[in-house]
Design a protein around this ligand. Sequence first.
Ligand code: USQ
Length: 385
Amino acid sequence: MRILILGGDGYLGWPTAMHLSAAGHDICVADNYLRRRLARELDVEPLWEPPNLHQRARIWKDLTGKEIQVHIGDVQEWGFLHSLVRDFGPNAIIHYAEQPSAPYSMAGHQAARLTLSNNLGATFNVIYAVKEVDPSIHITKIGTMGEYGTPNIDIEEGWIDIEHKGRRDRFLYPRQASSLYHTTKIMDTDLLWFYVRTWGLRATDLMQGPVYGIFTDECRSDSRLLPFFNYDEIFGTVINRFVVQAVAGFPLTVYGRGGQTRGYINLVDTLECVRLSVENPASPGELRIFNQFTEQFTVNQAAELVVEAGKNLGLDVRVDHVDNPRKEAEEHYYNAAHSSLLELGLKPHLLNTDVLQEMMEKVLSEKSNIDKRLFLPTVRWESDA
Ligand code: USQ
């Protein structure tokens, strides 16, 4: 297949590009380096700086003989995206080209505005480009489990049948997010659903939980192909942060009581979920929604596992409960369906001490780059005023 990956420089984008290239697909990636720029502006750099996209594509070609086309540009610019889709002629578009951080989206007016216009503008342009160039192109988009929030009922995969006053109908599952970033993902889903209904487009929305991990099959042989690894409060996800804190001898920053439950996924499983979704596309006129995670646990349970893995490596890991900077439930019911991707063939890699220890060993080799200033949260959902 010919696959266009938008946001191909990111934590998920570049590993996805290599994974699908290794699987035999023709890959083209586009990115405007927004995340690199924001991390630099906020002084929250990743633990190592990956080469730029052109360099990564050359390294990949030298190693495998496989070509990944690179285009640098902004998906919000209609001319750039339209000609890219027209000239590359993809069968599938994977849309990662969004501002991905919940804390960033809560860091004041400018950051909130950027998140809103970037995420919705990008999704809108992707939908319009598909309609104008070739409506049979399958759009696969990364949504988030955070769209559902933490309701006091079981979470279904995207849709719910409701009986009301003796009549039945099927609706998008109720959504109520707990950050502006997560809310833009809800709006993305609504845009997709509107245009799927109206123009008969085909789309898959992957509701993903927090991702953790460093290594994928494609980057083991050359460390220059490793993904970004952020551990700051803005771009670092919780398990990646805990791993770096453990190595740095900094108490794990559990926010509040730590009973927050989420559905987690290993980076290697993200790549497989995306591959399975692209290779088994939605039908015309279908918005397919998969919940993309493999297991659910609380922040406290994640911290306990990191403590145990650290102990196995001789690290003395302590846990701290810091004031929760976010507005979120700290103890709640959580039971989310996630069978669709398993039915398509996903073989989950679950979190255990071996996985954490392998991550810790890599982080230990970069220990001198760890900046402890990046551990404590500073962005608060509610201002103190
Ligand atoms: N948390 C801590 N300590 C920390 C960092 C986070 O206790 O040092 C807690 C948070 O309060 C939250 C949970 O851990 O309850 C997960 O936080 P996170 O930062 O790993 O994840 P989140 O901000 O929700 O966002 C991440 C990705 C986002 C993706 C989302 C999936 O950045 O792109 O959409 O995970 S989900 O969380 O299911 O919405």
